[in-house]
Write a protein that binds this ligand. Structure first.
Ligand SMILES: C[S@@+](CC[C@H](N)C(=O)[O-])C[C@H]1O[C@@H](n2cnc3c(N)ncnc32)[C@H](O)[C@@H]1O
Length: 278
């Protein structure tokens, strides 16, 4: 019976997941190729041996700590479906703030030019390109495997206003200037204990770890971004919830103006916006 198989899986997952019922339901619905909402109506129905075995396989991957998004192969972000593989960070809901504030920043600019540095799956850059069909977006990543995922997502979303670019931060886009440079760079210190736990243990180190302090990527991006922003252009950076003040110091030292901290729905300092002065 479907209900029985589900209850057993939830008990199995309780040990490792705070969202065991949701995880199990999503994986069972995926196995049965139905909407999660239809599961309850089918609790008393039987399940084939092949589907049971497949479901157990997915549950055992989840039990070993693999993120749900890697098992399913996709994640929703900005109401769009993004392919994800272990080569990319699983896009986080908090990063939608960068899309929201990026769109705000570009109000009134007819054909904005946008750079997404460290694009990963392309979540931020492609969402901006989708929302602003008249914009052009360069989406840069140093990882060929991550960039291939971004390119697949670009194609799947039918976006012709995005260029995916392989490179180390600004190296491959030397002469370009932008109205908005957005980035969710790696920002964990290499000895951060969270790296060994939960989702982070399964995600690429290249996407997570910046160096000894966690601030290294900001120290590279902030000064170079000034040379690639139009006057009045905006740099929008996601960061850890304890990094806002250190990042502000970096931005002040570079000469940025009107620096503002952006909080997420939980009230955590999650991103910072700064302007290139005129
Ligand atoms: C935290 S992930 C962000 C991914 C995506 N933007 C998101 O928010 O879901 C950081 C990304 O930066 C890329 N990255 C790391 N170092 C880089 C560098 N030197 N130049 C360009 N990209 C880099 C990683 O490969 C990774 O995809």
């Amino acid at each position: 019976m479907i209900g029985l198989v589900l209850e057993t899986a939830i008990r199995d997952l309780n040990a490792i997941s705070d969202s065991a019922p949701l995880d199990a339901e999503v994986l069972l619905a995926h196995t049965l190729r139905i909407d999660r909402g239809n599961l309850r109506a089918r609790y008393d129905q039987s399940i084939s041996t092949a589907d049971t075995q497949h479901f157990h396989h997915l549950i055992s991957r989840r039990r070993q700590g693999e993120p749900l998004a890697y098992i399913l192969g996709h994640r929703e972000f900005w109401s769009l479906s993004f392919k994800v593989t272990p080569a990319v960070l699983v896009p986080r809901p908090e990063s939608e703030l960068l899309v929201q504030f990026g769109l705000d920043a570009l109000t009134g600019i007819m054909q904005p030019r946008i750079l997404d540095l460290g694009t990963g799956s392309g979540a931020i850059g492609l969402s901006l390109a989708y929302s602003l069909p008249h914009a052009t977006v360069d989406a840069v990543d140093i990882s060929p495997a991550a960039l291939a995922v971004a390119e697949d997502n670009r194609r799947e979303l039918g976006l012709s206003n995005v260029r995916t670019v392989l490179g180390n931060w600004f190296d491959a886009i030397r002469d370009e200037t932008y109205d908005l440079i957005v980035s969710n760079p790696p920002y964990l210190a290499d000895d951060d204990p969270h790296l060994a736990t939960g989702h982070l243990a399964a995600e690429p180190q290249l996407a997570l770890v910046s160096g000894k302090t966690g601030l290294e990527a900001y120290k590279l991006i902030a000064p170079q971004a000034l040379g690639h922003l139009r006057t009045g252009g905006i740099l929008l950076l996601e960061h850890g919830n304890t990094q806002a003040s250190a990042l502000r110091t970096i931005l002040d030292e570079c000469g940025y103006a009107r620096t503002t901290i952006i909080r997420d729905l939980a009230g955590h300092e999650r991103a910072t916006r700064a302007h290139k002065p005129g």
